[in-house]
Every structure is written in C-alpha cells, then in structure tokens.
Design a binder for this molecule. Structure first.
Ligand code: C5P
Length: 238
C-alpha cells in the first residue's frame, strides 16, 4: 500500500457515519474506525463500510496478556480490515502473540502497527504515574524499535517523529501520523501539527485526518485537498 489519507470517522452511530460516507461519490476514502464507533455499533459497522469498498484502519489499541490479545486478533482478522493496532507497552511477547493471532490460515494478515506513548502522556505524567524516568522521545523511539523487532509493520506517531522513526527502524517501517491540519485551518486540541504537504515532506506514510474533513462545510473538498497535498505529486502546496 502506498501513501494515503485515512479519514478518522469519529462518529457515535452507523447512521451518522454512513451518511457522511455517502457524500464521497468519487475516490473512496481509507476509513479509521475507533473505539467510539466500534463499541457503539459492533463488528457489523466494519462489515458495512468494507462492503462499500473502503479500506479500513481499525483503531482499537489492544493491550492485555499475550494469549487474550492473540485470540482477540484472530477474531479481528476475520473482519478483513487493512490495518489494526495495539499498545507497544504490552511488550514484545504480546506483540508477537498478536501477529500470530492476526495471521490467517492462508498466511495473509492485516498490517499491525503499535501505539508508543499516547500524545496525551507527557514527561511529568510518565514519570509520576508510570515511573518511567527516561526522556519521552527516547521512550517513544525504544517502543518503536521494540515493535519492529517483534515483527510489526509500523507505529502511530506524530509527523514530527516520522523522520526519526524511519532513521531508526527503516524506510519500510510505516509511520501513521495524526495531528494534521491545513495551513489556514483550526488547530483545535492538537498541540503539535503539520500540514498534509509538510507530513509528506517528512516522510509520513499515512496521515490520519479527522475534524479538518469531518467538520468541514464541504468534507469531500477538504478530503480532496488532503489527497492533493499528501498524495498527488503535482499538488504540493504550503
Ligand atoms: O480530528 P483530528 O484530526 O484531531 O483526529 C485525529 C484522530 O487521530 C483522532 O481519531 C484521534 O483519536 C487520533 N489520534 C490522535 N493522536 C494520537 C493518536 C490518535 O489524534 N496520538
């Protein structure tokens, strides 16, 4: 899979999500389904969106003992999503078990990526609550390298970290980056942002874009602007 824009469908019902997706009559966006929508509607919403021809990133961030994650991943692999994820904090044993569970009898599997430290965790809370005293950027890189050694395909990270992750883990190790905003758009609650063109320049493989598309007056135009800036060679605008 090449570079693509993943639209974060952070809606709480199938009705809202499907009527949002109905607007896209041309190119079908790669869709991110997160906990809110999945817990509201269950696996059926994944099947429905898949049946409409969208690629899917199922963002459920699994974290449990290896055996439980392996079995849960085996169930998720039957949903035929394209990307799913887990917390690297579950350790290599959990990540390796997840890969085993995710691999179908024919040897195929969805891509599996890891969350390192959540962007809501900062140095102070990591030291205080998790008793991790190393600098947070070192912790993030260590988790990325552990994920790569466990055989995972990439990480979710800030576009500001994408270059460093590729340097440490290789050009093929995927960087899936939220925190993307248009140059003339609202930043909202995202603290460290890049435009789609900047994310492309630093080597992000996939950008995850939510509100700049879902809350736009014309979501299809906003999506196409992302595609032009991030994917199309000719469409780079600063
Ligand atoms: O609306 P917005 O573009 O901020 O949406 C970004 C999406 O990426 C949301 O679904 C959010 O939960 C997710 N995300 C993030 N930062 C992370 C990990 C995931 O914004 N570190």
């Amino acid at each position: 899979m090449g570079k693509d824009v993943i639209v974060a469908c952070d809606f709480s019902s199938a009705e809202q999500t499907l009527s949002f997706l109905d607007r896209f009559t041309g190119r079908k966006p790669f869709v991110k389904i997160g906990m809110e929508l999945y817990y509201a509607e269950g696996p059926e919403i994944v099947r429905q969106i898949k049946a409409r021809g969208h690629k899917i990133f199922l963002d459920l961030k699994l974290h449990d003992i290896p055996n439980t994650v392996k079995k849960a991943m085996a169930v998720l692999s039957r949903l035929d999503v394209d990307i799913t994820n887990l917390h690297a904090a579950g350790t290599s044993a959990m990540m390796e078990a997840a890969l085993e569970g995710l691999t179908r009898p024919d040897g195929t599997r969805p891509l599996l990526i890891a969350v390192t430290q959540l962007t809501s965790t900062d140095q102070a809370s990591m030291e205080r609550d998790l008793l991790i005293k190393e600098p947070i950027d070192r912790v993030v890189m260590h988790y990325a390298e552990t994920a790569r050694r466990a055989g995972l395909d990439g990480v979710v990270c800030s576009p500001l970290e994408a270059g460093k992750v590729h340097d440490a883990c290789g050009a093929d190790f995927l960087t899936v980056t939220p925190g993307v905003r248009f140059a003339d758009g609202d930043v909202g609650d995202q603290k460290r942002v890049m435009t789609p063109a900047q994310a492309k320049a630093v080597g992000s493989d996939y950008i995850v874009v939510g509100r700049p598309i879902t809350a736009a007056l014309d979501p299809v135009a906003a999506y196409e602007r992302c595609i032009n800036e991030f994917v199309d060679e000719t469409g780079i605008r600063e």
